[in-house]
Design a protein around this ligand. Structure first.
Ligand SMILES: Nc1nc2c(ncn2[C@@H]2O[C@H](COP(=O)(O)OP(=O)(O)O)[C@@H](O)[C@H]2O)c(=O)[nH]1
Ligand SMILES: [Mg+2]
Length: 345
């Protein structure tokens, strides 16, 4: 079924009410829908299908960096700034750490959330409740909802620099990396692969000194990386940050916030002109399809009874498990573009 064929009348009563609530701009309905996404509630899927045509208007900014670097404090300032500029702003704070920690790393976020209550910034936290792939999917879907709801600025803040955190933050139009002069953040940034994803680097806690030195180090590391890069790295070349910017800030003193907003804005403008932003958005959709396929296939592999029958028949005709699996993969991959006519086997 394509989007053009979707009709609200076909939705169950409660889903339709949430859809209407979202269309009317009610934040309660939005919060409820995000909870559906978070819980893997099947009612979320048709809702997202309906709202899909309305996405694509918002800017997404990802914020990542080591714990304690001041991300939450900085995000507080940035979202407040945008909100004061009249931009409809939403914040998704994401904690992919162990489900057993219950999102404990989001603790500081809560303190700041109370301060943001005086503004009209929409704040929502999402913690890992199961699989990591699941949280990335849920975050993407929640961001789509916020986009369709009419937010112009969506900030995705993560709690640290694990692979999942970086993946989530980098699934944005602009990725901001926050570091501090203390405790070898520069080295940690290299190790965590942050140098590869950052469009804007913020050296925070400038009030404590040493910020200019780290900024200069970063400048060198980025210049080195830029020099080593092959002129053409193939189809993914557009996904690499073009012209990373480095800023010095003190989130606690509210210094550097406006410059950060400006750097984000410039990065977007360049990215639209060069075609990088559309390429990033397509990449984001591709990643989402990959994750959904991986989840769907995992379910099919472990739960599908026909597979057991298929193996039995394969063995009976003398086909080994490897050959059978290869043939199955082939059959699946032959259909990867469902709009194309099926290729002959
Ligand atoms: N001195 C100083 N401390 C800061 C600054 N920004 C944040 N902090 C403090 O650093 C600690 C961690 O900040 P937080 O925003 O929670 O960092 P996060 O873990 O990266 O989200 C808190 O105690 C903040 O008050 C800053 O610019 N200067
Ligand atoms: Mg934080």
């Amino acid at each position: 079924m394509t989007a053009g064929q979707l009709r609200p009348e076909t939705l169950p009563e409660d889903t339709r009410r949430i859809l209407e609530g979202i269309e009317e701009g009610r934040r309660g309905a939005l919060a409820r829908a995000i909870t559906w996404i978070e819980n893997g509630d099947p009612r979320a899927a048709p809702l997202l299908d309906f709202l899909q045509p309305r996405t694509g208007q918002a800017w997404r900014t990802g914020i990542t960096g080591p714990p304690g670097a001041g991300k939450s404090t900085l995000v507080d300032g940035l979202t407040r700034y945008w909100s004061e500029q009249g931009r409809k702003t939403a914040l998704l704070a994401v904690d992919p750490s162990s489900p057993f920690s219950g999102g404990a790393l989001l603790g500081d976020r809560v303190r700041l959330d109370r301060a943001l209550e005086q503004t009209d910034v929409f704040v929502r936290s999402m913690a890992n409740r199961g699989s990591l792939g699941g949280l990335a999917l849920a975050t993407g879907a929640a961001a789509d909802l916020l986009d369709a709801f009419g937010f112009e600025e969506i900030v995705l803040e993560t709690v640290g620099v694990g692979q999942a955190e970086v993946d989530i933050a980098a699934a944005a139009d602009v990725t901001v990396v926050v570091l501090t002069p203390a405790s070898g953040d520069g080295v940690q940034a290299m190790k965590a692969g942050l140098m590869e994803v950052g469009d804007v680097f913020v050296v925070n806690k400038a009030d404590e000194g040493g910020a200019e030195r780290l900024a200069a180090e970063l400048e060198q590391m980025l210049a080195l990386r830029q020099a080593q890069r092959e002129p053409d790295e193939g189809p993914d070349r557009q996904l690499v940050p073009e012209n990373p910017r480095i800023l010095v800030a003190s989130a606690r003193e509210g210094r550097g916030i406006e410059a950060l907003a400006g750097a984000i804005e410039e990065t977007r403008r360049e990215g639209m002109a060069s075609g990088r932003v559309p390429a990033l958005r397509e990449q984001r959709a591709l990643m989402r399809v990959r994750r959904l396929l991986a989840e769907g296939l995992r379910a099919a592999i472990w739960e599908n009874r026909r597979l057991r029958r298929g193996v039995r028949k394969a063995l009976a005709r003398g086909e080994g498990p490897d050959a059978f699996a290869r043939r199955l993969l082939q059959a699946i991959f032959n259909r990867l573009d469902p709009d194309e006519p099926e290729e002959p086997a």
